[in-house]
Structure formats: structure tokens, C-alpha cells
Design a protein around this ligand. Sequence first.
Ligand code: SAM
Ligand code: FES
Length: 346
Amino acid sequence: NTNKTLIKKLNDQGTLAHDELYQLLTAMDDSDAQYLYQLARVKREAVYGKDVYLRGLIEFSNYCKNDCRYCGIRASNDRAERYRLSAQEIIDCANTGYDLGFRTVVLQSGEDLSFSDDDICAIVSAIKAHHPDLAITLSIGEKEKESYQKYFEAGAERYLLRQETSNPDHYAYLHPASLSLAHRKQCLEDLKEIGYQVGCGIMVGSPHQTFDHIIEDLYYMKDFNPQMVGIGPFIAHKDTPFRNEPNGTLEDTLHLLGIIRLMLPHVLLPATTALGTIDPLGREKGILAGANVVMPNLSPRSVRRKYMLYDGKICTGEEAAKCHACMERRIAKTGYQVVPSRGDYR
Ligand code: SAM
Ligand code: FES
């Protein structure tokens, strides 16, 4: 079977030619996919064993100055109920997370200009002062390099910024003219240069995405060599221009998780909430396809359903403690285990 030969070649060489990746992405059957996932698990276990790392996600503001066409909290969605947590509320969330056993928190928001650089730095340093062994990841969008530098000095060590797509025309289709792929990539370079562990990534199955785009994404990731890659299916939101577009699929997302694991064996790769949203066992299936991170929600329950990036988002009714316990149970069933460590890149 030529697909299995290609998967073995990807496993051994860490990359494939364009037409070979195209064949894998478009013509794998179930038995090919099982073979891919099996090799992906061997690769991830060689680096990270059976460990799965938890990141507690604190969604601290859904105000956003941008107008990304896929996103439920885009500026022009006047049906979104806006909220922002106070500095103290964010710090309290991090403390709750620490007490539950999290050793990484992710502070995520829309691009909310009411948080100044000093505000972000004050929050980061307050959390670090309480808990020096808690890793802080930021996911707050595109900033000046000087700003990234300040957050880093305040104690943030990791940054998530998906490029969303690596094709400039496709980027322009998904975003307003005020945003550019070139600037997004510049931010990723700046973050890496400063010394962050950096995460890039894409939505799978976003409108007008082709398999050729995905291959561009794979080559970009291989070349950029990030410490983290965040991928999840695109899911339509009813109050966006993409309301009638089809969602990305479970299969395509799982195939990509397996392929990315073979291309970047050391990468920290989450099985995302979006994956758990399109399939009730999506996150477990993601772990079995090569992912090694999950990101339970730590936001206060009162705001969770307001951080609605896409329709049907799961875990919007649960208390943080319940989500944490749920995730431990779910992962244990896969044969892997949640570990209470920072889960740094190896
Ligand atoms: N503002 C920051 C940024 O732009 O990186 C962080 C927040 S942003 C809402 C986080 C991620 O949500 C984006 O990178 C995007 O991939 C994802 N997202 C937004 N809308 C989505 C949708 N409709 N379906 C799936 N993922 C979506
Ligand atoms: Fe949130 Fe299961 S992970 S309820």
C-alpha cells in the first residue's frame, strides 16, 4: 500500500514532497490512518512518555478590536455580550488553577486595548509572585516587539499565536484588510527571538481552505519549528459572515495531528476544545492520534458562555474543578495520564 509506505517515509524523514503530502491528506483510508496514529504515538512516547499536560485556560476578556470573519467575538458582532475580568479576578483564577494542580495557565483574550502593557505585566508578575513554579502562557494577539519583551521580563514564558493559514490570499479571505499574514509571521519571529516557547497553528477546514494551503501550513511549521502547535477544526458561529459555512472535520483534524507529530516529534500538541466540540470523544481521539496536551477551562463560570468563539462550544457550564477532574478521567481512559507538571518543551 503506497499510503503506508508514505507514512513510514514521513516517520523516518520528518517530511515529504508536496505531492506525497497531498496524497496522504486526500486519500488515506481508515487502516492508513490507524497506522499513522500508531507511529505518531511511538514518536510522542519516545519524547514525552505517557504524560499528558494540562493548561488551564483563563479567557479574561472577549472585547476585540479585530474583525476576523470566522470569530464569534469579532468587533462587529454586536450580539456578543462583552465582559472583561479585573486584574484581581484573573489572579484569583490562576490561584484556583494552582490549587487544583495546574502548573500552566494560559491567559487568553480578544485584542482588548483597555489592557495596557503595564496592566498585563502587573498581572503576570503578581501571579508569578504567588506561584514561581506556575508557567504563564499569553495568547493576546499581535503586539509590538517591545510589548512582547516587557511581558517576557514580567515572567510570561510562552505565547500562542496561530497564523491561522500560511497562504496570503487565504489569510486575506479570512481577515479584514487591517490584518496581514506578513505581520502575523513577524510577531511569531519576534516572540521566538525574545526567547518565548512559541505556538503557531491553524484552523482545519476554514472557508476556502484547500489541501494545498494545508501543505503550505505544514511546510511553514516544519521551517518555523515552534515548541507548540495549536490546531482545531473551524466551527461556524451564527453571528459571523461564515455562519453558513461547513465545519472542519474530525478526520482531517486527526490526520493532521498525526502528520504534525511525525514532522515535529518534540512539539507540544493540544487536543483542542474545538475538537471536543465537533465530536464528544474528539479530545481523546486527538490524544490517540499524537496530541499530548489538553486545555481545560479555568474561566469563571459566569463568563464562560460569553467567550463563544464558535457555536456549541463545550465546557461552558462546568466549574473549574469539575472540568479538571473530567479531563483527568477522560485521559486515563485513553491509556495516557495527566501529570501535574509544567510540561515544558523537551
Ligand atoms: N486574540 C488572540 C489571537 O488572535 O491570537 C487570541 C484569541 S483567538 C479567539 C484564539 C483562536 O480562536 C484563534 O487563533 C482561532 O484559531 C480560534 N477561533 C476563532 N474563531 C474560531 C472558529 N469559528 N472556529 C474555530 N476556531 C476559532
Ligand atoms: Fe470540561 Fe469535561 S473537560 S467538562
